[in-house]
Design a binder for this molecule. Structure first.
Ligand code: AMP
Length: 500
């Protein structure tokens, strides 16, 4: 029976003797063996009552078995619901209550704390440990291999909750078509083949590691070096076996701190991709100088998969996210009309990649997804004269001071150029006169002595007065989430009383 996603990503593994997964302990799992694991995992989940349309929530470490759960969900026509391993029982309780999964797969170490949470949501808890052991693995070992059920392109394949720094986290409903269409275009535009070996050090509870990386490798018939997480030493050890790496910007900044990162080590690599958070132009240049490779930066989000990419062939422009992918429309609006080049506005996208709406939130869906298919991303951006898209930041991070709009990115770019500044985050904090004041949080370069007032003085001549930060602090490091995004909400919270 035809199953839109499964037939493209998993079914072709049948009988394949080539490796699909290369593990850090030296184990290798051939494509055919992995497909049988998927089929038995589907058998085990079916045995637990999972049928088409049921949700399977999964909060586990990254193992081959965890990836097999995704394949099994696709086979059963179930909806895969991965959860960040950092979520606490309270947080998980919200997701389980909202999505009412049939089964909740969790690590044995958390089973005690999660038991009552799963019970409240009516989900059957089953254990899968980070090393691939546990009740679910035991059930799979004895389960029959099941055939994939019929699924059309519009059937739901996954619900991914947005990281939601304000308000409730929303479940983005992704269809088989959303996932497959995006994997297809990325395989083409990034020239993936069966000869590729992807170094996979990203988590698989997020769109980047789960869909961009895994789907592209699966669809192209390549292999993946399946690392449990990012650790610079392990990445350096495995790079010589890889042809492609996908990472968040912090992967690149951390690797640059390693003397072992040399041109020779990565001479055979074909592609480095970055996304999920802005890659500083400085990091792009430092990487090129050290390795000879220009990182290819792309832009996407949970709700849309990938939207834009720098070109595989042609100029990869630092500080930009390139052009819309084939089949993806992108427009930038301000006050209801499309802006001209270099003008900032709200980015909207439309295409087969755009999600089907937020799970059980029809009003939120209507607010952000227009009836004619355009999704209002919440990202501010502009196109430069050559058409490259620049992300200026999230609209909710815009600072409005004395009635004027300040785009944090514009100020951050200048601050980052000041000698001694490694990076910066510009936020708005409450101010008695201006409503909000521009406020800068700076990180000093290693060994540099940075005086906040001097850093502000250094950029004063280059910015209109209202854009100049009214105060600055120097901190050890910016708070980031697992995907490397700066958590501006935490900074706003920390400094909200500064001008009180
Ligand atoms: P998520 O849904 O967690 O993947 O977060 C998506 C958001 O990350 C986007 O809406 C952007 O704000 C940001 N983002 C993703 N890729 C980039 C990029 N290359 N440059 C700047 N921001 C990015």
């Amino acid at each position: 029976m035809a199953n839109h996603l499964f037939d493209a990503l998993f079914a072709p593994l049948a009988g394949r003797e080539r490796d699909l997964l290369i593990l850090p302990d030296g184990r290798r799992i051939a494509g055919g063996a992995f497909l049988r694991l998927v089929a038995r995992m589907a058998g085990a989940l079916r045995g637990l009552g999972v049928g088409k349309g049921d949700r399977i929530a999964v909060q586990v470490g990254k193992s081959p078995e965890a990836l097999a759960c995704y394949g099994a969900a696709a086979a059963l026509g179930a909806v895969f619901l991965p959860l960040n391993t950092a979520y606490t029982p309270d947080e998980v309780g919200y997701f389980l209550g909202d999505a009412t999964p049939r089964v909740f797969v969790c690590d044995g170490a958390k089973a005690g704390a999660m038991g009552p949470v799963a019970a409240r949501a009516g989900a059957r808890l089953v254990v899968l440990n980070g090393d691939g052991s546990g009740e679910l693995a035991d059930l799979a070992a004895q389960a029959p291999e099941v055939e994939a059920v019929a699924c059309g392109p519009e059937d739901l394949a996954a619900i991914l909750y947005t990281s939601g720094t304000t308000g409730r986290s929303k479940g983005a409903m992704l269809t088989h078509r959303n996932l497959l269409s995006n994997a297809e275009v990325l395989v083409r535009e990034w020239r993936f083949t069966a000869g590729d070996v992807l170094l996979h050090a990203l988590p698989i509870f997020h769109t980047h590691g789960l869909f961009v990386a895994s789907n592209v490798a699966l669809l192209s018939g390549g292999a993946m070096i399946w690392l449990p997480g990012f650790e610079a030493g392990a990445v350096l050890r495995h790079l010589p076996q890889a042809t492609v790496m996908m990472g968040v910007p912090t992967f690149y900044t951390r690797l640059l701190e390693e003397t072992g990162l040399t041109r020779d080590l990565v001479g055979h690599m074909r592609l480095f991709v970055s996304g999920s958070a802005p890659l500083l132009a400085e990091t792009h240049e430092a990487w090129a100088a050290r390795t000879g490779h220009r990182i290819l930066e792309r832009y996407g989000m949970t709700e849309t998969n990938m939207n834009t990419s720098n070109p595989y062939e042609g100029e990869r422009r630092a500080g930009t996210v390139g052009f819309p992918l084939t089949g993806v429309e992108l427009r930038i609006l301000a006050e209801g009309r499309e802006v001209g080049s270099e003008e900032v506005g709200m980015i909207e996208v439309r295409g087969p990649n755009v999600f089907a709406g937020y799970w059980q939130m029809p009003e939120k869906t209507r607010e952000e997804l227009r009836a004619d298919g355009w999704f209002i991303t919440g990202d501010l951006g502009k196109r430069d004269a050559d058409g490259y898209v620049h992300i200026v930041g999230r609209a909710k991070d815009l600072v409005i001071t004395g009635g004027y709009n300040v785009y944090p990115k514009e100020v951050e770019l200048l601050l980052d150029e000041v000698p001694g500044v490694a990076e910066s985050a510009v936020i708005g904090v409450p101010h008695p006169d201006f409503g909000e004041a521009v406020f800068a949080v700076l990180v000093a370069q290693k060994g540099a002595v940075l005086e906040p007032g001097a850093a502000l003085a250094a950029i004063a001549g280059r910015l209109a007065r209202f854009k100049q930060p009214k105060a600055a602090v120097v901190v050890e490091a910016l708070p980031r989430n697992t995907m490397g995004k700066v958590q501006k909400n935490l900074l706003r919270d920390a400094y909200k009383g500064w001008f009180a």
